[in-house]
Design a protein around this ligand. Structure first.
Ligand code: ADP
Length: 490
């Protein structure tokens, strides 16, 4: 049968309706690209009370039904909205979703179990959509494949639905106390479900359930897909990933290449491109002035942008920062996170005499100016499922210095002094002096070999980080779960 495959993409957040982190970016930007690349994709989200009015007032009511959750029988409405060429469904239950925030409530386990069960239940009530593939994202939707197989499998409509489970953040797994299994999930009497949901310490682990029951597993870079099969990165799920290696795929995230474009970025004081980089020097001068750094076009300006947590390698930075500040470089940090790192950075900036600036806040426009004005982006992560900052930096001709882990390893080609190839610099071990050695080597190259540096900037700016490649890979996976359907993409 030759037709487009029909995919229901389920997530707990998506820009512009709700965003708390990277998942929101992906779920907001990937589906329209999937649709354009040739699959019939629809998205399902909770109808949060905080969704901006401009979207809520355009929604239309599709249907309503009841959802069983343990001993509860609950209302669920379905509204829909056309946005960016895609149909977005919103599951409505005001008791669960009309709250100030997306997460952080005592009953998150129950709210999220409701969402997952309602996704599966809804498949029989969507008037013009027969689902081939249910694509779930992170622990908030991980129970859907469990419910599908244990409670709906026998019904013809559900028989052919295949499931894809994507891990964006393995840190959050949805670990609940054991009573949830019976009281909320209604699965205490199903031995297979109990076995696959319970983790070794007798908690119920939602993500583990999704990873056990889904037909295909993905994560957001090929290297991370390998790394999570080892204890160091696997967050206690490494055995499961190893067991299911044959269905585990790493697909690199993309970035929004329109929003991050030095040639047309309204946040920048001067536009520039690979063909004409003169605007970048103006961006650097403006940034030095804005951040109180000494005006100097030649000093290598090293930026860090992101969450100030252990994951991002802040302890390495802390270890060698006094040494770095004695070198001929400038440092600009933009980020928020752990209090001790924030204070440490502010302290060093204060005593640096115009060599370092620490901006401890979330500021989207400033982040664009830093990506553009810096020469080097430092990202020495302990682990990094994909990482966006290094891709954005390369697009702005700012060369990343990264640790060779996860998506950093997959996106940054280290400089090879013999061939001149490369889009940045990298080091292997989680070691502060190794990081410093590579960083100072990069700074030295910037100061002494302008022609080589210029070529590296060209290489970096020529990289394709658009979503199209990821969309092609997801679509190929979707079709692989349904050999009876011949791809039709027009
Ligand atoms: P994470 O692990 O936080 O998802 P990524 O590198 O994948 O890290 O994505 C972080 C995104 O958030 C990037 O787009 C980065 O520019 C942005 N960002 C992080 N911290 C800040 C901040 N303080 N101000 C502005 N943007 C930020």
């Amino acid at each position: 049968m030759r037709r487009k495959i029909r995919v229901l993409f389920a997530a707990f957040e998506a820009v512009p309706f709700m965003k708390t982190g990277g998942l929101g970016d992906v779920a907001g930007s990937l589906p329209p690209v999937l649709k354009a690349a040739g699959c019939e994709v629809r998205v399902m989200l909770p109808k949060f009370g905080t969704i901006p009015e401009e979207y809520k007032e355009k929604m239309t009511h599709v249907t309503e039904f009841q959802v069983h959750l343990g001993w509860r029988t609950l209302y669920c409405g379905v509204d829909k909205l056309q946005y960016k060429g895609v149909t977005w469904y919103f599951l409505d239950n005001e008791y669960y979703f009309k709250r100030e925030k997306a997460y952080g409530y005592f009953d998150d386990g129950e709210r999220i179990a409701f969402f997952s069960r309602a996704i599966v239940e809804s498949l029989q009530y969507l008037p013009d959509f027969k689902c081939d593939v249910l694509h779930c994202n992170d622990w908030h939707t991980a129970l859907a494949p469990v419910f599908l197989r244990e409670l709906y499998q026998g019904r013809p409509l559900y028989e052919n639905v295949k499931t894809v489970m994507t891990v964006h953040n393995l840190k959050f797994q949805g670990q609940m106390s054991d009573y949830v299994l019976g009281d909320i999930l209604g699965l205490a009497g199903v031995p297979a479900a109990a076995d696959q949901l319970r983790s070794e310490n007798q908690t119920v682990n939602f993500l583990q359930g999704g990873l056990s029951y889904s037909d295909v597993l993905t994560t957001v870079s090929p290297t991370y897909a390998q790394e999570i099969q080892n204890a160091f990165y696997g967050e206690r799920l490494e055995d499961l990933f190893r067991r299911r290696e044959s269905v585990l795929h790493g697909i690199l995230n993309g970035i929004d290449t329109t929003a991050y474009d030095p040639a047309g970025d309204p946040a920048l004081p001067a536009p520039y491109s690979a063909a004409d980089k003169s605007g970048k020097a103006l961006c650097k001068a403006a940034l030095q002035e804005e951040l109180g750094l000494k005006a100097d076009p030649d000093v290598p300006l090293v930026a860090m942008i992101g969450r100030l947590t252990g994951q991002k390698g802040l302890d390495l930075v802390q270890c060698v920062l006094p040494d770095l500040l004695r070198e001929d470089i400038q440092i600009a940090v933009l980020g928020t996170g752990d209090w001790e790192y924030e204070e440490m950075l502010k302290g060093y900036a204060l005593g640096s005499d115009g060599k370092m600036s620490a901006q401890i806040r979330f500021d989207e426009a400033l982040s664009h100016r830093v990506y553009a004005g810096a020469d080097i982006l430092l990202m020495p992560s302990l682990f990094e499922p994909c990482g966006l900052a290094q891709m954005i930096a390369m697009r702005y001709g700012t060369l990343p210095v990264v640790r060779e882990t996860g998506g950093l390893k997959d996106t940054v080609l280290p400089y090879n002094q013999y061939t001149g190839e490369g889009t940045g610099f990298s080091f292997a071990n989680y070691n502060a002096h190794e990081m410093m050695h590579i960083l100072l080597g990069a700074a030295e190259l910037k100061r002494t070999e302008p022609a080589v540096w210029d070529k590296l900037m060209d290489n970096a700016m020529a990289q394709d980080f658009s979503w199209e490649k990821a969309a092609e890979a997801y679509i190929a996976l979707y079709y692989s779960t349904h050999p009876e359907i011949t791809p039709y993409k027009k």
